[in-house]
Design a protein around this ligand. Structure first.
Ligand code: ZN
Length: 384
């Protein structure tokens, strides 16, 4: 079969598999898998393992003590010299066990509702059927493919980070199945780096009426620091710095001895990230006698567009062969794609489901987009 027909053939095949995709999605959604609850998460992991085994892939369960197990699925190819591609996703959700009773798996006007449908169980289903379609087509692949399904992305990937990074280092490209943006299914070709800082001010308590001059007001000092931070915002460069939690003081007539702020940090470019971190840690008190204690910084570097550009061009041309105009966007939030891009591995994100309402009671996917998204992933794996 001539190469040019592969994407279209994949799409035709996958359109026929839509009912099977939905019946695979349902038990996965109904197996609730909150990041913080190991037992239910493991049950969902078991279901996933079965689905991958059914397709003849090698499945390895990486057991975790406090979180759901991670799943590494490998699809080796015949050629020994072949490199590796990594397909990355998570099966944990932000919903506690029991959420399903209030927001059940439900199909209504071409949408599927339910916890974790959009973020990102439908994405995993699309990957399952992408593999099946490639197997049916007997499309020759030039790369071994590793799929990593992790259990703690929604809580910062503490237990999966090393695994993701070491698998990414062995890979030539990473495809991330996080949800797409908007009804047109935009891919995420850049993501802001994300961080969190804590600023603690130590002052000196004193009677606000009898001896105000003996006090050092930690709340005033914190206010001065926060207005300094505010100046660092630069929307044009994608820099945002926001003190979102503040606390301090004890009583209205006591000069505040202590105050504290939690600060959200975002940057689109790595050099801005470094600059913000440097400035943060070189803050000095403006009130005499106050002392600052500063913790934290960025925990995910930005996924800069240059890490996605070539893969996006490839995806766009494959989508065009299927008759679709694929768009792109920047995401203000991080994903595990930030981790792989920061290692210098080309990364394309937002390849998962099309839908809306992630992390909310109206979370849903667009059913009709599933075959196209699945075909796009399959075509990317075949063309890379
Ligand atoms: Zn997600």
């Amino acid at each position: 079969m001539p190469d040019a027909n592969v994407p279209r053939t994949l799409l035709q095949l996958l359109k026929l598999r839509l009912p099977a995709m939905l019946s695979t999605l349902r038990p996965l959604v109904e197996a609730e898998s909150p990041s913080l609850e190991k037992i239910p998460a493991d049950r969902c992991c078991g279901l996933l393992a079965t689905e991958w085994r059914k397709r003849g892939l090698r499945v390895e369960r990486i057991s975790q003590k406090h979180r759901g197990d991670h799943l590494r699925v490998t699809w080796p190819q015949k050629s020994r010299s072949a490199g590796q591609l990594l397909v990355l996703g998570h099966y944990d959700t932000v919903y506690a066990t029991g959420t399903l009773a209030k927001m059940p798996f439900r199909v209504s006007s071409a949408k599927v509702y339910g916890p974790g449908t959009f973020d990102m169980k439908a994405g995993i289903v699309q990957a399952l059927f992408a593999v099946e379609a490639l197997q049916r087509l007997k499309a020759p692949l030039r790369h071994h493919i590793v799929f990593l399904w992790t259990s703690d992305e929604e809580i910062g990937s503490q237990t999966s980070r090393k695994l993701i990074e070491s698998e990414a280092r062995r890979s030539e490209a990473v495809f991330v199945l996080e949800p797409a943006l908007g009804p047109r299914g935009l891919l995420k070709t850049s993501r802001k780096g994300v961080g969190e800082a804590e600023i603690i001010v130590h002052g000196h308590a004193s009677h606000a009426g009898l001896a105000p001059e003996e006090g050092v007001n930690a709340v005033h000092e914190l206010a001065a620091q926060i207005s300094r931070l505010h100046e660092w915002n630069d929307p044009r460069r994608g820099i945002s710095v926001n003190a979102d939690v503040v606390e301090g003081g004890t009583r209205v007539n006591v000069i505040a001895e202590r105050a504290r702020a939690l600060v959200d940090l975002r940057a689109l470019y790595a050099n801005d990230m470094c600059r913000i971190e440097r400035r943060l840690h070189s803050l000095r008190p403006s009130v005499r006698g106050a002392r600052l204690e500063i913790h934290g910084g960025f925990n995910r570097a930005p996924m800069e567009r240059k890490m996605s550009a070539a893969l996006f061009d490839r995806a766009k041309s494959l989508a065009a062969q299927m008759g679709y105009a694929l768009g792109e966007c920047t995401a203000g939030g991080g994903s595990d794609g930030n981790l792989t891009a920061a290692l210098g591995i080309p990364t394309l994100d937002g390849l998962g489901a099309v839908g809306d309402g992630a992390h909310s009671p109206r979370e849903h996917i667009q059913i009709n987009a599933m075959p196209l998204r699945s075909a796009l992933l399959a075509a990317l794996l075949a063309a890379s």
